[in-house]
Design a protein around this ligand. Structure first.
Ligand SMILES: [Cu+2]
Length: 117
């Protein structure tokens, strides 16, 4: 079982200590829970997540390629993970109901949606 702890600096440090060159050696791990989006093979999985207002969503990059989870908005729920390395994580708490589209700024074809009810 892999940790369900939100991936942050601690998780990154712990995993970095496991040794070896980061590679996609594991099959798609899937999300750890209903509030996690895994970035794997240049996709956000699941592509769409529906959660209640106030939910914290976590993203975890399982690709060796760097990615971001970025929503550029001047009005509602902007967020930006910044540069996520392998096993890098990010969280954002969604306070506003709505449908929030986001993408990877490095690979704009990578897109996802968080629906907040
Ligand atoms: Cu990307």
């Amino acid at each position: 079982m892999r940790s369900t702890v939100l991936a942050g600096a601690g998780a990154i440090a712990a995993l970095a200590g496991c040794g070896g060159v980061p590679r996609n050696i594991a099959p798609d791990p899937g999300p750890a829970d209903a509030h996690q989006v895994v970035i794997y093979e240049y996709r956000f999985k699941p592509q769409m997540v529906t959660v209640p207002r106030g939910t914290t969503i976590s993203w975890l990059n399982r690709d060796t390629a760097p990615h971001t989870a970025t929503r550029r908005s001047f009005s509602d729920e902007p967020f930006d993970s910044g540069h996520l390395i392998f096993e890098g994580g990010y969280t954002h708490t969604f306070a506003t109901p709505g449908s929030f589209h986001y993408l990877c700024i490095y690979h704009p074809g990578m897109q996802g949606t968080i629906v907040v009810e």
